[in-house]
Design a protein around this ligand. Sequence first.
Ligand code: TYM
Length: 353
Amino acid sequence: MNETAAPARRHPPRVFSGVQPTGNLHLGNYLGAVREFVRLQDKNLDGVEFEHRFYCVVDLHAYTVLQDPEALRTGIRELTAAFLACGLDAKKSIIFNQSQVAEHAELAWIFNCVARIGWVNRMTQFKEKAGKNRENASVGLYAYPVLQAADILAYRATHVPIGEDQKQHLELSRDIAQKFNHDFGAEDFFPQPEPLIRSEAARVMSLRDGSKKMSKSEPSDMSRINLKDDADTIAQKIRKAKTDPEPLPDAADGLEERPEARNLVAIYAALSDGTVDDVLTQYAGKPFSEFKPALAELAIEKLAPIASELRRLADDPNYIDQVLADGAERAAAIAGPVLRDTYDLMGLLRTRS
Ligand code: TYM
């Protein structure tokens, strides 16, 4: 413990977020997260001017379950390409993969010693992912949200755009930051990162079951729209999406007991940059036979340019590797000094330059 408390610091606003490179990016990832990354790249938020934006391919998180090395290598490049195809610009944002910046793993160990078992035990995502066979889950899967805290705090990031499902993990990051600061008497050494969750698209649900979130791990591909899907596939998935026989209501509360209808309306709202009420004003009383083709047309209009850019980038792995190498260098230049200060504060000697 330090004898003298370090002075409080003001943290420059920085954005950090991560996505796992396991399988295709889907509409939930896009609307809940990546589209927001792009927006934050070009605009400042309520007068907050961001100093840096970090968008990370979290390949070490992927290893919380066993990966096929070749498939993972491809997945890392594909996700990087998807970031670019969605509109991230490697000059404006720092795009990189987690394993190329060793500070993430180093800080994660420190945070493993700060986080309490009781806190991690509350994480619902671990319970869902480990399922019944919890004893057989990897220690990494259990410690997953601690590595997530390290990702964010290695850059002293202050704002984290995420979907609703990551909210609890972000609360854990805040608890870890607070306990670290308290344990080492360094008020505000790490900031308390804030979640940025966009309400219309915070939780995009499966097209087959409105009670489950759209997910990469769902066996049926019909349950999600992938960014790689071509126009016919998108139209077919929307045509076959589960609905109910009622026409659309004229207000949002009419969707309360209708999870599949609510999901399709929310997707339309998010894709058209409107609200659920805007969509209902336009489609009140209309049957799904009319709404679904309109939704398909909108989805294709918004997603087709991304799919074609993805195909173009798939032919250029050297460019992708260059983006990642450059991003890792810029990221490490910021995380390195944070780790050095952290070690220093903790009494860990780092004599190697
Ligand atoms: P991941 O890879 O599961 O998802 C990436 C992002 O997509 C959002 N998302 C959704 N949003 C709306 N509807 C859905 N159906 C949906 N499915 C996924 C997620 O909320 C997420 O924002 N643990 C994280 C990755 C991570 C991270 C971080 C995020 C690692 N370190 C640091 C933020 C900051 C994850 O597995 O996301």
